[in-house]
Design a protein. Structure first.
Length: 293
């Protein structure tokens, strides 16, 4: 990979990692569902009038919009709202990599090799350590909602494969049309009409920054750059860089919110990142070693 492209890829992972802390900044004044709804409303409008609709069945756009907007980021926002630290949320969300492997086996008849089984087992140990954290950065409800988000992210990966779309930017813009309304409805169900009547009173400068950061650098620019790199280079050269996301996520939470990084968190992070490495490179290394014997 060329140096400039590598720097772009690292920049995207930095943005995606820090985004968890930016979400938390927005939650200081806005309801989690309203925050997520505004993100995807602005992802869709006005771009949907200028970006050509991708050549995929409408069911893929609807299902992706619901899962990505509500199931993934709506639940991440809710998890952080219920006390999950931004750093731990970014780490727990990586469980989706292993859940995607399981869903791929069930829905796409993909094979789960021994290295992926080992990676999944190691990641579970890391998750158990996270559950044992007692410094207030991990809560039961927060953890549950972020795990739901991880499951949703796994399903979105399957949807992308099933839809067979080549233009992820267009797909993202049009799918975002189906995220805001369910999120607005959830906001009304959970907190009533006050979240709408008080919206502008609660719309602080920090909340505006949070929404804008989530819309443009994180979603539209980030996914456009990432998709461009995936088309330009082999997946094996680009995908492993996503390992940087939880590292930047934890670092961002440390510098912005002074999150405590104790031994348990370091070990848990190490286990999950090790599991991600084995999941990504394990089969290649194993086969190389096997052929060399």
């Amino acid at each position: 990979m060329k140096q400039n492209d590598l720097l772009l890829a690292v920049l995207v992972t930095f943005i995606w990692g820090v985004n968890f802390s930016v979400i938390k900044l927005g939650l200081m004044s806005l309801d989690p569902f309203i925050l997520s709804a505004m993100r995807f409303l602005l992802c869709a409008l006005p771009l949907v009038f200028f970006v050509k609709k991708p050549k995929v069945h409408i069911k893929w756009l609807i299902s992706y919009g619901l899962l990505f907007g509500v199931g993934l980021w709506g639940m991440v926002s809710l998890g952080i709202y219920f006390g999950m630290s931004a750093g731990m949320a970014s780490l727990v969300l990586q469980m989706s990599a292993f859940l995607t492997v399981i869903l791929g086996a069930v829905l796409l008849d993909e094979t789960i090799d021994i290295t992926k089984k080992i990676a999944f087992a190691i990641s579970l140990f890391g998750l158990l350590l996270i559950i044992s954290v007692t410094d207030g950065s991990v809560t039961a409800f927060g953890l549950i909602f972020v795990l739901i988000a991880a499951v949703s992210l796994s399903f979105t990966n399957i949807i992308i494969k099933k839809a067979g779309t080549k233009n992820l930017f267009s797909f993202m813009v049009w799918a975002s049309l189906f995220s805001p309304i369910p999120l607005f409805v959830l906001a009304f169900i959970t907190h009533g009409q006050i979240v709408f009547t008080n919206f502008f009173d609660n719309l602080s400068n920090m909340a505006i920054f949070s929404i804008m950061f989530q819309v443009y650098p994180t979603t539209l620019l980030g996914y456009w750059i990432w998709n461009t790199l995936l088309h330009k280079y082999p997946v094996s050269s680009v995908a492993p860089l996503s390992l940087l996301i939880p590292i930047f996520g934890i670092a961002g939470s440390y510098f912005i919110f002074d999150e405590k990084i104790g031994l348990i968190k370091i070990v848990a992070s190490g286990l999950i990142i090790l599991a991600l490495l084995i999941n990504t490179f394990g089969k290649r290394v194993f086969l190389k070693k096997y052929k060399g014997v």
